[in-house]
Design a protein around this ligand. Structure first.
Ligand SMILES: *Cc1c(COP(=O)(O)O)cnc(C)c1O
Length: 420
């Protein structure tokens, strides 16, 4: 590795090791099964596997599925999992028991939630969204309003334009708390209050905030929310997401994907739909049980670490990375694409670099895994439970080496993969 000769003592590897020695979350590192030689800075995209998740998955497959067969719906409590895990997620996002259900993917959940919000505001036609948001949110709402065929329109507004976009025509604001690319945090309390003062409802996407930053849905009086468990909650590839509906809406809310799991009496096998009371009406059909059980371990780890401690460490890891990049690569063309103020960003930091794609691929070839978002953004995630401060130091050391040796210029790093 390249040696850093001109670094101030506070940015030395010894200083990073000292931070690790004092880290109250240090013991969580061993709870994750990460391969040797990998520094994983992509937990904002897919969290790594907790060892307990692998064990639980194996036990569930071998015992509950293989031996228990269909009896496991009752005996292993499979049927209750969406509610049980939902309640545990509720504790991480400032929601009450009975307000959260784990189910399906985020895109589907957003479809149901936005449909429910629009149905509660039948006289209004405008939905405010941040156009630069992760596109599936836009696509889902575009598809929904096409299906509704009632003349709804999306009013796209970027971060600083959102306040000005909310007026008496707005049925719902549908926003993501932490931006997938820049990592900026929107003011959930302020925007929700403003939307509600204008008579609209607030729907929040927590994909990049659940498990990463403190969230207080009820403290912010949020109406509906969705979120994902495979990013900072380390639930596994494609693990189900979740839906939150404030208690005050549950008796009147309706969603279009009415299926038997959302029926008031699923095993009565009635001909006609009757919505379950409470959050259950937001379910549709049979759930991916193995993916659900796999996700429990990561949710439990997040709860036992505590979001406040996790956030504090994530901020410290990110700031160390930022300072080291500045000190070692200040003139190498990396432009910070996230808020400079750490408190204004979520769990990852983005840098723009004109050669971001081959640099990231070269970095990954050396075991430091971040990701790339077109056209020029490199993202580095600072998930606090399995990263050490020394890992951050080593990651920047490898990045400096990739730049200084020109490794990234190797033609093998230029070919664009299907998933970036
Ligand atoms: C990751 C992410 C999603 C993912 O949606 P899926 O349906 O799980 O693929 C959606 N929205 C945002 C803002 C995200 O960051």
């Amino acid at each position: 590795m390249a040696t850093a000769v001109h670094l101030p003592a506070t940015l030395s590897r010894e200083a990073a090791l000292a931070l690790d020695a004092a880290d109250p979350l240090a013991d969580f590192v061993g709870a994750f099964a990460l391969p040797e030689g990998v520094i994983y800075l992509n937990g904002n995209s897919l969290g790594p596997s907790p060892q307990a998740a692998l064990d639980r998955l194996e036990q569930s497959a071998r015992e509950e599925w293989s031996r228990g067969l269909v009896t496991s719906w009752n005996k292993a409590g499979w049927f209750q999992l969406p509610y049980q895990i939902g309640d545990r997620i509720a504790g991480l996002i400032g929601a009450a028991p009975g307000e959260v259900v784990m189910t399906d993917g985020v895109s589907l959940n957003l479809y149901r939630m936005v449909a429910a919000a629009l149905a509660l505001r039948p006289d209004r036609r405008v939905i405010v969204m941040e156009g630069s948001n992760f596109p599936t949110d836009n696509y889902v709402v575009q598809g929904l309003i096409g299906t509704l065929g009632r003349g709804h329109e999306i009013r796209f507004a970027e971060k600083d334009e959102i306040a000005g976009a909310i007026d008496a025509d707005v049925a719902a604001v549908v926003l993501t708390q932490v931006h997938y690319k820049s990592s900026h945090i929107l003011d959930m309390a302020g925007i929700t209050a403003q939307a509600q003062a204008a008579g609209a409802l607030a729907v929040w996407d927590l994909c990049h905030s659940a498990g990463a930053i403190p969230i207080d849905l009820n403290g912010c009086n949020v109406d509906f929310a969705v979120g994902c468990t495979y990013k900072y909650l380390n639930g596994g590839p494609g693990s189900p997401g979740f839906q939150f509906a404030a208690t005050r809406h549950q008796a009147t809310m309706a969603q279009p994907l009415t299926g038997w799991w959302g029926h008031a009496a699923p095993f009565a096998f009635d001909r006609d739909y009757a919505a379950a009371p409470g959050i259950g009406r937001m379910l549709t059909g049979t759930q991916p049980i193995l993916s659900m059980v796999a996700a429990e371990a990561g949710i439990d780890l997040a709860a036992s670490a505590g979001i406040a401690r996790a956030r504090a460490k994530s901020l410290a890891l990110g700031s160390l990375f930022q300072d080291l990049v500045q000190a070692r690569l200040g003139d190498a063309g990396f432009a910070l694409a996230s808020p400079a103020d750490a408190d204004a960003r979520g769990g990852h930091i983005a840098f723009d670099h004109p050669q971001g794609y081959p640099i990231m691929k070269a970095l990954i070839s050396r075991g430091v895994i971040g990701d790339f978002r077109a056209p020029t953004t490199m993202r580095f995630g600072f998930s606090p439970l399995y990263l050490r401060f020394a890992d951050i130091w080593d990651a920047v050391d490898v990045l400096a080496d990739v730049i200084e040796t020109g490794l990234w210029r190797d033609p093998q790093f230029a070919a664009v993969d299907a998933v970036t």
